[in-house]
Design a protein around this ligand. Structure first.
Ligand SMILES: N[C@@H](CCC(=O)N[C@@H](CS)C(=O)NCC(=O)O)C(=O)O
Length: 217
């Protein structure tokens, strides 16, 4: 019998980040691939030695796949992609294209969107990362004006990661001048696997609300 996959996330988070906690990336990939999984929780607070032993920055998500344990949402997705061709092609060029765009999502786009978002939280008169982020979006807009998918002419984990990375800037209005990127994110987020993953994450944290309100945690 195949070993069960377990995704680890927080037991509870406040409403703001719900729907954006990165266990969503893993849920989404597993739903796309049709791989059964369970979700387990680690306390948001306090984060103890057990958590640090699994994720050295005391973050989530992390993953169990039988005896294999790993952290970093990107690493977890690459691991899952080896299990299903739905997530990543096996032909050499298709796989290379998927990997390059997957890393580009993390290292060329998310590496500016997350700091931009954190600076934005303090409502500065100007965000010093605005120009840099806009330049990235302009380049990506040009790519996605000409095609529906980043790699292999079909859905891959490169699209999953890029769309997830773009969701927060889109929510905050930063894609107002980038219609191809907005359409891309909307199209990816309309996929049944995303819809289920998103709904399940919201339900996970809402059931924690219920438990807290009943004084059970
Ligand atoms: N690079 C990490 C980032 C993980 C991350 O930022 N996790 C957030 C939840 S989405 C978290 O645990 N935040 C709490 C913290 O950083 O203390 C990954 O992709 O797994």
């Amino acid at each position: 019998m195949p070993e069960r996959v377990t995704i680890w996330t927080y037991d509870w988070v406040p409403p703001g980040p719900r729907g954006f906690v990165r266990d969503l990336r893993l849920r989404w990939a597993l739903e796309e691939a049709g791989i059964a999984y369970e979700v387990a929780s680690t306390p948001l607070s306090p984060r103890g030695p057990d958590h640090l032993e699994r994720q050295p920055f005391a973050q989530v998500p992390f993953l169990d796949d039988g005896d294999i344990r790993l952290f970093e949402s990107g690493a977890c997705l690459l691991h899952l992609a080896e299990k299903s061709e739905v997530l990543m092609p096996v032909d050499a060029q298709g796989k290379a294209d998927t990997l390059q765009w997957f890393i580009a999502a993390l290292n060329s786009v998310e590496m500016v969107t997350v700091p931009w978002w954190f600076i934005n939280l303090s409502n500065p008169p100007e965000n010093p990362l605005e120009g840099w982020m806009r330049q990235r979006f302009d380049r990506l807009e040009a790519v996605l004006q000409t095609r529906d998918w980043l790699a292999a002419s079909r859905f891959t984990i490169a699209d999953l990661m890029m769309a997830d990375v773009l969701r927060m800037p889109m929510k905050l209005g930063a894609l107002a001048d980038h219609p191809a990127l907005r359409n891309y994110v909307d199209r990816l987020c309309a996929r049944p696997a995303f819809v289920k993953a998103h709904r399940d994450q919201i339900a996970h944290f809402e059931s924690a609300d219920a438990a807290r309100n009943n004084g059970q945690s």
